[in-house]
Structures are given as C-alpha cells and as structure tokens.
Design a protein around this ligand. Structure first.
Ligand code: SAM
Length: 253
C-alpha cells in the first residue's frame, strides 16, 4: 500500500500539468481557427475590391452571395503547404509543389462567378491542383468532377477533400484535355491551366445553356480568360474577360 503512495502523489501533479497543456492547446487552437476566419473575411474584402475595380473588363461588379459564403467557409490554409500557411489568405497564387500553384483567390472567385454554378449544376474542373477550387465549387454545385494530370497532386487533393467531407467531389488522375465523357454533359466546365487552343471535346461536353471558363494562350505570353456559352441550339458565343497568367495545360495533344 505504502509503496503505491508516492506513485499516486507523483502522478497527480503530472495529470494536472498534462491537463494544463491540453487546456492551453485547445485555447490556442480555438484562437487560431477564429484568426483564420478573420483572415478569410479580410480576403473577401480584398476580392470584392478587385471585383469592383475590374468591373469594366469582367462585366461582374459583385459576387453572388453564395460564392462569397463559399470563400468564407473553405479553409484555404488546409490546401497550401504548411510552410506557406501564413500566406494562405493573401490574395495571391502560391506554390503547391511539382511546379504548380494554387490560384489567386480573386481569380478563383471570378472564375466561379463566371461559371454561374447553381445547386443543380454538374461541374467539371480540369486541373485539381490543391483541391481548393474544387472545394469552392463543391459548396455551390450538385456534383464536381475534377481531373489532375500530376498523380501525387491529384491523390493528395483527393484525400484532403475526403478528410474535409467534400463528399460531392470526385477526383481522377488523367489528362483533362479530353474531358470526362462518362459524366458529360456538364453545366459548367472550369479549366484552371492555360490552353493554347480550346479543346473541342470540352465544348462538346458542355450542356446547352452551359458555360466553359478557360484561360487561353501560351505561357510567357498574354493569356486571356475566356467564357464560352453554349445556347439551346448548340451555338457558341465567346467573350474575353481579362488578361491572366496561368501554368500551362500539359499532356500530349
Ligand atoms: N485549381 C487548382 C487549385 O485550386 O489549387 C489550381 C490549379 S493549378 C493553377 C493548374 C493545375 O492544372 C496543376 O495542378 C496542373 O498539374 C494541372 N494540369 C495541367 N495540365 C493538365 C491536364 N492536361 N489535365 C489535368 N490537369 C492538368
């Protein structure tokens, strides 16, 4: 009995210390999450300012409220590498390894707005990258199909999207130039890498009334963010929105 006494009395302070660490950790965690929420609000303010400033090019003065809410809800810091987390809510593109980037939040917002996604929409994204744009689309659409050509990136994004319970996103590894015929036609298609020309298969896989949002142009040269709209008769209208700089759409075409 006596042998146990010192052990118990030693354990008690240890428990208290451990409890103290746990309490401190949970306070820190809560504070950090609040901090991220504040940062997302600040990011949205900057995106809205840029939307207003670029209205004469884009024709879009403001974001739909649901797009705004998605930008406030999706934890961008989880989609960037840990050492870039401090910059996660800067309105800038960031490297995500394999010489690829997570797009600038303003561009993600603008492309989402231009795609006019609704809760009924089935959307195709070409260029999953970090998975951030897919997560934003997931909050708005019925289902998101996303294709990534760089296998490790695609697998990482797929697992992160699953962990964060974005259950209406399906990611596959492959060349998105050819679209995803098994799930076509799509209400909206977003291409998040610059194509030298518009892939015909993507146009074919667009529903009547659907929109394709795609940066067009060579890397190192001026690229233009373009929106193609297919009308009820299958007729295509195109509009150049503004100059952008995207990584190239790769693959053998
Ligand atoms: N949407 C991404 C995000 O939210 O992080 C950013 C995309 S990053 C600007 C472009 C991505 O397109 C890269 O991950 C790149 O590997 C991918 N990509 C390039 N060519 C592709 C192709 N032919 N098919 C599918 N993905 C491609």
């Amino acid at each position: 009995m006596l042998d146990h006494m010192p052990i118990i009395s030693m354990k008690l302070p240890l428990r208290i210390v451990l409890l103290g660490v746990m309490v401190t950790m949970s306070v820190t965690k809560t504070f950090a999450e609040d901090d991220y929420q504040e940062k997302r609000q600040q990011m949205l303010v900057e995106i809205k300012q840029m939307m207003a400033m670029t209205k004469s090019y884009t024709g879009e003065a403001a974001l739909d409220k649901q797009v705004e809410q998605a930008l406030l809800d999706v934890p961008r810091h989880k989609f960037v590498p840990p050492d870039s987390r401090v910059f996660a809510y800067e309105n800038t593109a960031l490297p995500i390894s394999h010489r690829q980037t997570i797009s600038q939040p303003y561009i993600v917002a603008l492309m989402t707005e231009l795609a006019a996604v609704t809760s009924e929409s089935v959307v195709l994204e070409v260029g999953t990258g970090s998975g951030y744009q897919a997560a934003i689309l997931s909050e708005l659409a019925s289902h998101v199909y996303s294709i990534e050509i760089v296998e490790p990136l695609g697998l990482q994004a797929k697992s992160l999207l699953q962990d964060l319970a974005y259950d209406n996103v399906t990611v596959k590894i492959g060349d998105g130039y050819h679209g995803w015929p098994e799930h076509a036609p799509f209400d909206a298609i977003l291409v998040t890498a610059a194509a030298e020309h518009i892939p015909e298969q993507l146009v074919q896989q667009l529903k009547p009334g659907g929109r394709l949002v795609i940066p067009v142009g060579r890397q190192g040269q001026t690229q233009s963010l373009r929106v193609l709209t297919k009308d009820a008769n299958g007729k295509i209208k195109q509009r150049d929105i503004l100059s952008v700089a995207f990584v190239p759409l790769t693959g053998k075409h």
